[in-house]
Design a protein around this ligand. Structure first.
Ligand SMILES: Nc1ncnc2c1ncn2[C@@H]1O[C@H](COP(=O)(O)OP(=O)(O)OP(=O)(O)O)[C@@H](O)[C@H]1O
Length: 954
């Protein structure tokens, strides 16, 4: 059966070479001559339309092809080797050493930019996407020729690998108290554990009895938890903590009823929030901390009805004896994150928070400055997304945290606190450290070696030899490398990553020039096929997020009156839902730089004095950029008549029908971040009042880890992640807990080797099979079926590729029939370019997006540098993906803006000298981190704390 397989590969031999229709005949010399003539004619036309341009500029705006001259000019100015001219087929050198002279002075450029918005004749504007195919694009052939990418059959019935276990065993069978299990079932619809939960619970809740001493105990060892994304790791560490707190409470109640409390004062016998914080869960992002907090709160709010073993109808009165009820109300949950008002957190901590979810910077801040924050009874420290927390950037913060926690817990010994609750066998004697992630890797191995005491490794990682088996590895002898149960052994810490079986992973190979058009068509296709689709589009930096968010909310195709007439004004009736007026009224007002929190710096919570200054500077900078962004869109709104601050959480797209667009990155104020998550999380099914709307979230990696956003149908990685674990976490936002999901990676021709890196990690990803991708919906679409039929007919349509198909669908959705898909692509691109030129703010967003994106490109991990190297990036073509007609003339390096026309200045800049290979790290590392990774990250040593001799011996 021949499937409808579409090739995006515009450069493979089979793929058509795209040219203007007039250039189709004759040999290349004749065609070139015609092309030059046309260009000249066009130039003349434009010059007469732009008399100012004639005076100062050699190049009229409307003829721009984002051509190689500008490309090379920029490249040269940035200190990179210039690319050879596209038509220079005789050149043997990949990049010519020749400097291409700029034909435009800086002043002329400025004049040209300013006239853009005033004098553009949009009607005659043109854009060119298909005049040339990059030589580099030839690399795409590699992918087609080699069979290196595993393919899958369309007809395979996928089994899910991260679902609940397929057996009758419930939570009580793995040690969970019956009433707690009832609560999980009744209130959270959780009745059976997942595989990782079964492993962790059955081990950490099992009691060993010491017959000699007549004593029972838990194994109480530090542990690693590794399992696929969406497999329920959060409950795997939260349930044992809460279950043990409940059991200890039960002990106290029993003692109380037996009158065994005479030894101590009554206050100290029954647990209360005065015990302070007993469990801390550290997460790399604020969103994740909030999510963990919300989950914990649901878990501890156990209702009386749970004490009945029978399933109780909601309204029935439960006849449970009071003595059976465990008084769990004393367990208080809390969250401490940057961006929230610190004073209210302080007040809550003073009263006592039993289980605290937090980000590292804010935790350190409280440990240092909130004297009433009691942690001397801390029994569990969980590092969720541990590998992320242990990577670069947070070493010092985590070191300090560990040290302060250790100091404070030793205080408990000095105080000699006697308490029946704390002496219960269910409460660990020493702090248990738990590390958790879908991608525990090398840095964690090192941690185990250096600091964790006799750790246990819970792993639902699939073994190569037997994909069904799940293993628990106990590490008894850390030094014995030959032991398979040793945490150091390769078998134990296999660095392959697991992806849920039911996740469909595809990639689309697309030249930079066509990237934007491909994204737009794909979004249009998905959102029109399924009204309730929820799509996350991952981008490399916040400026890109701002740009695409603005573009997809405000740009529209010309000649679409229904779209044009609709105003994207948050106050319009249609838009009322995108303002969450309650959000600004809560405590989250620290986007005000004068707030004392001082650490509203993305999610990398840094709180020492120096960092506070940096943070505030960053806040101001971010606020400024946010202001430009808001002004440019005209959508964010503060109503001076109300005291409540309104924040924009989403916009209704003018471009995509019935679609809401969202954005999320670390530089947004906390109220916007919170409102965005809560609105995006809401269901989008159609109801009587409102037709369903698809949702598209543009975000950075701030949303890639741990976030459990329900029912995400598609993940689009428009920019490749900077490291391989990033891939796993991004795609893991879909296909959670047994559900289906689709992920598409955009790959540019020079990046195809990345696919082999994925393959090395046993991540199988296939070149997009359009039918696979659109799933069953294809059969319902007459148009697509006909495309599929014609593709089977053969050679005449071998040029059909994904983009072609997408654009054809796009043209159907928009009730227009383009004669050629290239025309459609050109029209689409032109619409975006017009939008970008329509206002200074839109242009500014596009330029910032482009510049930051280029800088982000240089931040790929060292193992990927050869693939994602800036020298491979055709800047002029890449600019097209930001709706720009050419690459901007300046680029910021570190904290400075450098004019690229002044090559000398750029080359002499300290930042550039430090990074001659094009790695724009910049002088201020923190600012780079805030823009790029937006994570609180640290090194392996962060968890270790100061290494003492005692540790070494252990
Ligand atoms: N046993 C269960 N039964 C039903 N639902 C569950 C169960 N365990 C967890 N869930 C739900 O599954 C979803 C995913 O869980 P969770 O966020 O803990 O996954 P995870 O493994 O931590 O994923 P990630 O690696 O992406 O952080 C959550 O909505 C959670 O409530």
């Amino acid at each position: 059966m021949s499937d409808f397989i579409l090739n995006i590969d515009t450069s493979s031999e089979q793929a058509p070479v795209f040219r203007d229709s007039v250039n189709k005949t004759g040999n290349w010399k004749q065609r070139l001559k015609i092309k030059k003539l046309l260009k000249h004619k066009h130039k003349k036309n434009q010059q007469s339309k732009f008399p100012e341009a004639e005076k100062g500029n050699k190049k009229p705006i409307a003829t721009n092809d984002s051509g190689s001259e500008n490309e090379n000019e920029n490249r040269n100015n940035l200190g990179f080797p210039t690319k050879r001219k596209l038509n220079d087929s005789k050149s043997t050198q990949k990049y010519s050493e020749r400097d291409y002279e700029s034909d435009e002075s800086d002043n002329n450029q400025k004049a040209r930019v300013s006239q853009k918005h005033e004098n553009i004749d949009y009607k005659t504007m043109s854009t060119s996407l298909f005049t040339s195919i990059q030589a580099d694009d030839q690399k795409t052939e590699k992918v087609d020729e080699t069979d290196s990418i595993e393919t899958r059959s369309d007809n395979v019935n996928f089994t899910s690998s991260n679902n609940v276990i397929n057996s009758d065993a419930g939570f009580p069978d793995v040690g969970i108290l019956q009433f707690f299990a009832n609560h999980l079932k009744d209130k959270l619809s959780i009745s059976k554990p997942t595989e990782i939960q079964r492993l962790v619970l059955s081990n950490s809740l099992s009691l060993k009895s010491d017959t000699k001493k007549n004593y029972i105990s838990y194994s109480d060892r530090d542990s690693f938890i590794r399992a696929e994304t969406g497999s329920g790791k959060t409950l795997s560490y939260l349930l044992p903590i809460i279950n043990r707190l409940l059991l200890a409470t039960q002990d106290c109640q029993k003692n109380e009823s037996l009158g065994n409390n005479s030894k101590h004062s009554k206050d100290s016998d029954f647990p209360s929030r005065n015990l302070g914080t007993m469990a801390i869960i550290l997460t790399p992002t604020r969103e994740l901390a909030k999510q963990v907090y919300e989950t914990t709160t649901k878990l501890v709010n156990i209702s009386r009805s749970s004490y009945s073993n029978e399933e109780t109808p909601e309204n029935s009165s439960v006849t449970t004896q009071n003595s059976n009820i465990i008084r769990s109300h004393w367990i208080v949950t809390g969250v401490a994150i940057g961006g929230d008002k610190k004073q209210s957190e302080k007040a809550r901590l003073r009263k006592g928070v039993t289980i605290l979810a937090c980000t590292p910077g804010r935790l350190l801040d409280h440990l240092k400055t909130t004297t009433s924050f009691r942690t001397f009874n801390l029994k569990w420290l969980v590092l969720d997304e541990a590998d992320q927390l242990l990577e670069l950037g947070f070493q010092d913060t985590l070191n300090e945290i560990i040290q302060l926690l250790s100091e404070k817990s030793s205080l408990n010994g000095e105080l000699n606190v006697k308490n029946n609750f704390l002496s219960s066998s269910h409460i660990p004697k020493n702090r248990i450290n738990i590390l958790c992630s879908a991608t525990l890797k090398g840095n964690v191995k090192k941690l185990a070696q250096d600091s964790l005491k006799n750790p246990i490794f819970f792993n639902s990682h699939k073994l190569q030899s037997n994909t069904d088996s799940k293993v628990v590895v106990f590490t008894e002898n850390m030094d014995d490398d030959t032991n398979d149960n040793n945490i150091n052994s390769e078998k134990t810490m296999d660095t392959n990553f697991d992806i849920p079986d039911q996740l469909m992973q595809d990639f689309i190979l697309v030249p930079p020039k066509l990237k934007l058009v491909a994204l737009a068509s794909m979004l249009d296709f998905i959102t029109s096929q399924k009204r309730d689709s929820k799509i996350i589009v991952f981008l490399s930096c916040r400026d890109s997020v701002n740009f695409y968010y603005d573009l997809f909310s405000n740009a529209y195709l010309s000649g679409e009156p229904s779209q044009q007439s609709e105003s994207n004004n948050p106050n319009s009736e249609d838009q009322n839902s995108d303002i969450d007026s309650n959000v600004g009224s809560d405590d989250d007002s620290s986007d005000d730089p004068s707030d004392d929190s001082g650490d509203d710096l993305d999610s990398d919570e840094i709180s020492d004095d120096e960092n506070n200054k940096d943070s505030k500077k960053n806040d101001e900078k971010n606020l400024k950029s946010d202001k430009v962004f808001k002004e440019s869109s005209g959508s964010a709104n503060t109503n001076s008549n109300t005291k409540k601050k309104e924040v924009e959480s989403f916009r209704v797209s003018k471009f995509l029908k019935n679609t809401e667009v969202y954005r999320l990155h670390g530089s947004l104020s906390q109220p916007i971040r919170s409102a965005t998550i809560s609105k995006f999380t809401l269901g989008n099914k159609a109801n009587d009042d409102q037709p369903g709307r698809a949702k598209v979230l543009f975000c950075t990696d701030v949303a890639s880890r741990g976030l459990d956003l329900p029912l995400i149908s598609h993940i689009i990685q428009y920019d490749a992640p900077t490291d391989l674990s990033g891939y796993v976490h991004r795609v893991g936002r879909t296909a959670r807990l047994g559900q289906m999901g689709k992920a598409v990676l955009f790959i540019m021709p020079p990046e195809t080797e990345y696919l082999n890196l994925l393959l090395e990690k046993k991540i199988s990803i296939q070149k997009i099979n359009f039918r696979n991708y659109v799933n069953m919906d294809l059969s319902d679409s007459k148009f697509l079926s006909s495309v599929a039929r014609s593709s089977k007919i053969g050679k005449s349509v071998t040029g059909s590729n994904e983009l072609e198909a997408l654009l054809k669908v796009f043209s159907v959705n928009h009730e227009r029939r383009a004669s050629k898909w290239m025309d459609m692509a050109t029209e689409l691109q032109l619409a975006f370019e017009k939008f970008v030129l329509s206002s200074n703010d839109a242009t500014q967003l596009a330029k910032s997006g482009f510049t930051s994106s280029v800088r982000a490109y240089a931040t790929h991990s060292p193992s990927q540098k050869h693939i994602f190297h800036i020298k491979n990036l055709h800047l002029g073509h890449y600019a097209k993906s930001f709706g720009l007609r050419e690459a901007p003339k300046s680029i910021s390096v570190g904290n400075k803006i450098h004019s690229t026309s002044n090559n000398k200045q750029l080359k002499n800049s300290k930042d550039f000298k430090n990074n001659p290979d094009g790695n724009f790290v910049g002088a201020n590392k923190k600012s780079k981190i805030s823009e790029m990774s937006e994570f609180a990250v640290g090194t392996i040593y962060s968890m270790v704390g100061p290494r003492t001799k005692k540790h070494k011996k252990a």
